[in-house]
Every structure is written in structure tokens, then in C-alpha cells.
Design a protein around this ligand. Structure first.
Ligand code: ASP
Ligand code: MG
Length: 405
């Protein structure tokens, strides 16, 4: 007998008809003789609506109360789905995150799962129940309700799959898998049969909004076999796993992230310790820095530029302005009219010419590159926001066009 965890995103349970559609998928897996645990997100735009409702009452509510409120969205879904499954005649029980044993740290609004004791889930499975668990939520050591951050239900599902040693964790969504680019930007984007954890992790953190990146991290750590597939169409999706079949694909995908701002600290002294001071100051305030570029020193000064998420830029600038004298910077400059376009693929490790092919595509489209950053399986460039869509298409063509691939 297999244990399967199935996660359904907000669009998959958006209305009564969709809830019944999910109930049919779940009961089919159950009737085939599997242990089935289901993780659900809040219906449709419920989480956004709850955030709006909160703002009407108090524009600055405590994070604790926000979590109490947001956790209700997933609880609605779990009970509605359980009712639909009851109607289809299968035994079912729904559990909140805390009933299911999800224990998190105390960081309200962006909690990390610390432990997951799945005894209750196991007891219910032993009683032959289908178990529905509310995603995105847990409880901290003070017994307060916490949430895992937007999109966190994926992570709930993978955590449950890991603790049950499940055979498979299926992430059902409104797209039928992971694509070589966002199909809304690039009509010729193709669906991938398989992708490695590392590639998926890069794509997830580079703005491909298929999976919550922490869920992929966790799947890699605990060897959870993942599959991303559509709840609306019955066809195979994309498998995410440790190694994929030998393929000659140079890269697996092109991603674009508009949530980027570049901050430059101009004319700091070209002496040891400046970068350390800047970045330790930002780290102390939990500001996450991505691409970093330091210019070559000239006339005893240099510039240090880096990127942050847009909503952290004001805070970062404020900190740097306050420290301007200590770091002896001439000025702090910010540009948030930019985006980051990246290519990802393990194939680039063993194949020369990948970077030049990417830069060639940008050159032919007359797109200027502001910053470049690379890792073993990723190349990112920072370009003007208005060039983003053209850049993704041009790069995708350069690698996936049938004449180029
Ligand atoms: N309902 C939450 C959100 O909208 C969590 C999730 O969907 O995974 O972010
Ligand atoms: Mg989601």
C-alpha cells in the first residue's frame, strides 16, 4: 500500500465545482488502495481578501492576529473538501495544521516548520480515513497560530510527505507542470517531464512561481519525490527529483523576476572592511541581498552595488544613509526600474558557450546588461524592466528554438 500526499492550490479549490473535482481526484487515489493525505490552500483569492479585510479594520495589525486571521482561509477549504468527500461516500477527517502536529518557530507571517509529529495523521490513516490537512499553518511553542509565508502550503505538503515517508507528493495546480519559461510570456514554452531539485530550487527562487522555494529545499533534504501537475486536466506533470535522465538539454528554463531593486553605494574608500560593514549592517536587519557587484578601485575609491527585493529597498537605503559617514560613501543610488532574467540548467556545468549564447541573444535584441551573476547551474542578468519580456523570449528562442536546441 502506498502513501500519497496530494496538495491542491487555491485555484484548484476556488468554488464548489472545483472542490468536487478535487474530491474526485482524491477518492480515486483512495479507492485504488492508497493511504491519502491531502493538503489544501485557501480558496481562490481568499488570503488576499482576508488581508484586505484586516486593513479595513487596522492598517497595522499585529503579526500574531494576522496569522490567526489568515489561517482561517485554509480551514474553510479543508472542511468544505471533507464535506465533498463525505458526499462521495468515503471516510474522511479534516485537521488544522496544529492538529496535524505542525510545530513552527515564532516568526509570525513567515514561520519555518521545526517539527512535524504525524501521529494523529497516522492514526487516522490506520482507521482508513482520508486525511485533509490545512496547509500554510502551524503552531509555535507558545501555542499561538503561525503561518508559513505566502505560497506556504506547498511546504506544508512536503513536510507532511517527509514525516510520513510518503511514496509521492503531488502538487496539483492550475498549470500542468513546470515550463521552460512562463507560457504567458513565451507562447513556445515547453513542459518539462523532469527537473532536478537544484534546478527547480533555482527556478523557484528566480521568479518562476510554480513551487514555494522552501518546499523544494525540504523535498531535496528529505528525498521527497515531487510531481507538479494540473488538477483540471488528467495528464502527467513534471517530476522533481535528485537526478534526471541523461538529456542533452543545456538549460531547463528561463525565468524573470520583477521584484528587484538595485542599490549602489558610490565612492566608498578602496580599503579592507567596507563590504563587511555594509553587508553585516543589512544582515543585522534581516535584509536579504542577492547579486553583489564591486567595481574595480580607481583613485582610491570603489562602488558597491547589490540587489534586494523591492519592498526592502526603502529600509536598506535608510540604513545606508544613516551609516553614510561611517562607511564614507559619497552617495546612495537606487534603481528599481529593472528586472532579473535568469537561465537555469545542470547542463551548463559541462558545456562551454552557454553564457555567450545568452549574452548573444540579448545583444541581438539590443538589450543592455547592468549586472551579471552566475552559479554552477545558473546565469542571471539585471536589465531594464521594459526589456524583460523581450529578453525572456530572445533567450528562450536561442536555447529552445528547434534550430538552436
Ligand atoms: N493561502 C496562502 C497564500 O495564498 C498559502 C498558499 O496558497 O499556499 O499565500
Ligand atoms: Mg499557492
Amino acid at each position: 500500500m502506498k502513501t500519497i500526499v496530494q496538495k491542491f492550490g487555491g485555484s484548484s479549490v476556488a468554488n464548489a465545482q472545483r472542490v468536487f473535482n478535487v474530491a474526485r481526484i482524491v477518492t480515486e487515489a483512495y479507492n485504488q488502495g492508497n493511504n491519502v493525505v491531502v493538503v489544501v490552500s485557501a480558496q481562490g483569492d481568499t488570503t488576499d481578501d482576508l488581508i484586505e479585510k484586516a486593513k479595513e479594520i487596522n492598517p497595522n495589525p499585529s503579526k500574531r492576529e494576522m496569522d490567526v486571521l489568515l489561517a482561517t482561509g485554509e480551514q474553510m477549504s479543508m472542511s468544505l473538501l471533507a464535506m465533498a468527500i463525505e458526499k462521495l461516500g468515503c471516510p474522511v477527517v479534516s485537521l488544522t495544521g496544529w492538529q496535524a502536529g505542525v510545530r513552527t518557530d515564532t516568526n509570525h507571517g513567515a514561520s519555518h516548520i521545526k517539527t512535524l509529529k504525524a501521529e494523529r495523521i497516522q492514526n487516522e490513516l490506520a482507521k482508513k480515513n482520508i486525511v485533509i490537512v490545512a496547509g500554510f499553518q502551524g503552531i509555535n511553542r507558545y501555542d499561538d497560530v503561525t503561518t508559513l509565508g505566502r505560497g506556504g502550503s506547498d511546504t506544508s505538503a512536503v513536510a507532511i510527505a517527509a514525516s510520513l515517508h510518503a511514496d509521492l507528493c503531488q502538487i496539483f495546480t492550475d498549470v500542468d507542470g513546470v515550463y521552460t519559461a512562463d507560457p504567458r510570456l513565451v507562447p513556445g514554452a515547453r513542459k518539462l517531464d523532469e527537473i532536478t531539485y537544484d534546478e527547480m530550487l533555482e527556478l523557484a527562487s528566480l521568479g518562476a512561481q510554480v513551487l514555494h522555494n522552501r518546499s523544494v529545499e525540504m523535498a531535496k533534504k528529505f528525498h521527497v519525490d515531487l510531481e507538479v501537475l494540473s488538477s483540471l486536466e488528467d495528464k502527467p506533470g513534471t517530476k522533481v527529483k535528485e537526478v534526471t535522465k541523461m538529456e542533452k538539454m543545456l538549460i531547463k528554463g528561463v525565468a524573470k523576476d520583477d521584484n528587484v531593486a538595485r542599490i549602489s553605494v558610490m565612492n566608498v574608500p578602496d580599503v579592507p572592511g567596507i563590504a563587511y560593514r555594509i553587508f553585516s549592517m543589512l544582515a543585522a536587519k534581516r535584509i536579504n541581498v542577492d547579486i553583489i557587484l564591486q567595481s574595480v578601485g580607481r583613485d582610491q575609491t570603489k562602488d558597491i552595488s547589490f540587489t534586494v527585493e523591492k519592498d526592502q529597498k526603502d529600509r536598506a537605503i535608510q540604513l545606508l544613509e544613516e551609516a553614510k559617514d561611517t562607511i564614507q560613501a559619497k552617495s546612495i543610488v537606487c534603481n528599481d526600474n529593472i528586472c532579473k532574467v535568469s537561465i537555469v540548467g545542470s547542463g551548463m556545468q559541462s558545456n562551454p558557450g552557454v553564457a555567450s549564447r545568452m549574452f548573444g541573444a540579448l545583444f541581438e535584441s539590443n538589450i543592455n546588461i547592468h549586472m551579471i551573476s552566475t552559479s554552477e547551474i545558473k546565469i542571471s542578468v539585471l536589465i531594464d524592466l521594459e526589456d524583460g519580456k523581450r529578453a525572456v523570449t530572445a533567450i528562450h528562442d536561442a536555447f529552445f528554438d528547434e534550430f538552436n536546441a
